[in-house]
Every structure is written in C-alpha cells, then in structure tokens.
Write a protein that binds this ligand. Structure first.
Ligand SMILES: [Fe+2]
Length: 201
C-alpha cells in the first residue's frame, strides 16, 4: 500500500500575512488549491497500485506518472511556501545564508533583483525558486513552469514564490510585479536558513 500524502496545517492564521496577502487568498490557496494537489498525488499512487495489480492492462502509465509529477511537485512546493513566509517577516537573511548569497550573487540586492526577475517572468503559471545546488555547493535561482517543469531534479528548494494567478489575482489582479515586490515583506529568512543548513548536512 502506498503511503498517503497529507495537507500540512498553515503555521499561522489565514489573515496573518495581511496586508500583503489576504485572508481570502490564503483560505482558498491552502484549503482548496494545495489540497487538490495532495489529492491528485494520492490518486496517482492509487492508479499505479491498481496498475500493478492488473499487470498494466489498459493502464496509461505515462499519463499517471505525469499526474504524479505535477501534483507531487505542487504539494512539495506549497509545503515549503507556507513556512517560507511569516507575519512581520522580510528584512535580510543573516549567518551562513547571507554569506552564501553574497558569494554566489554578489550581494543581497543583486540576489533579490535576480529572484524577482525570475518570478515575474515565469511564462504562465509557475514559481520563482532559490535552490541549493549540491553539485557545486552553491545557490541558484530557477523558474518552475507549472510545478514540475524546468526542474534540475537534484536541487533543493530553499525559498519558493508561487506566481500562479491563484496566489495573487484576488489581491493584485494582473499585477504580478506588485505582488512579487510586496511578497518580500513576509519572507521568513529563519526558515530559509534552516533549509540551507539541512541541505548542506
Ligand atoms: Fe499555489
């Protein structure tokens, strides 16, 4: 029996990130959208289990694996996105994270500009990502289209920004740029640094 994925609780109240992200968005985003990815990943696992039992007769494994990739990546990224934010967040990182950002991007402002540009220019629905690259022991920015496309497979996401319209449209309409600029006010740098420490260990 495959293990089931479960929806994690938000680490703060729905309204905690106002005025930058509204209670209404957080409720819909967490309770409906994220839950749909959890359910989608579990449904894909059930289909694979059924396929094994039926010796893959009439089973579209290619489609199921695609569903699993999309929904599981959606679940993983949203599970990082929530604790990546906190009320009264923002400011700048400290410690080892700050040192690595300076080393790999030149300065915090250069990193912020690069990450913002990546997030603002994702084609269609997707994510801006700061990842730890274990191959070269360095930080990189990446874009994800949908949740799973443009992945480098081994990179560890440290800071993720959802730029699907469901993440901002109720508050910002089509102004993704303003959403991205405001989002820096709720970044939880302690959480990002914790992820870096874990990724490097
Ligand atoms: Fe989302």
């Amino acid at each position: 029996m495959p293990k089931k994925y479960t929806l994690p609780d938000l680490p703060y109240k729905y309204e905690a990130l106002e005025p930058y992200i509204s209670r209404e968005i957080m409720m819909l985003h967490h309770d409906k959208h994220h839950l749909a990815y959890v359910n989608g990943a579990n449904a894909a696992l059930e289909k694979l289990e059924a396929g094994r039992k039926n010796n893959w007769q009439g089973v579209d494994i290619k489609g199921i694996e695609r569903d699993l990739s999309f929904n599981l990546a959606g679940h993983v990224l949203h599970s990082i996105f929530w604790p990546n934010m906190k009320p009264s967040g923002g400011g700048k990182p400290g410690g080892r994270l700050s040192d690595m950002i300076d080393q790999d991007f030149g300065s915090f402002d250069s990193f912020k500009s690069q990450f913002s540009n990546a997030a603002k220019t994702v084609e269609g629905s997707g994510w801006g990502l700061l990842v730890y690259d274990p191959v070269n022991d360095q930080l990189l920015t990446l874009q994800a289209e949908k949740h799973n496309l443009l992945s480098t497979q081994n990179s560890v996401p440290l800071l993720v920004l959802d730029v699907w319209e469901h993440a901002y449209y109720l508050d910002y309409k089509n102004d993704r740029g303003k959403y991205v600029d405001n989002w820096w006010n709720v970044v939880n740098w302690d959480d990002v640094e914790k992820r870096l420490t874990k990724a490097k260990s």
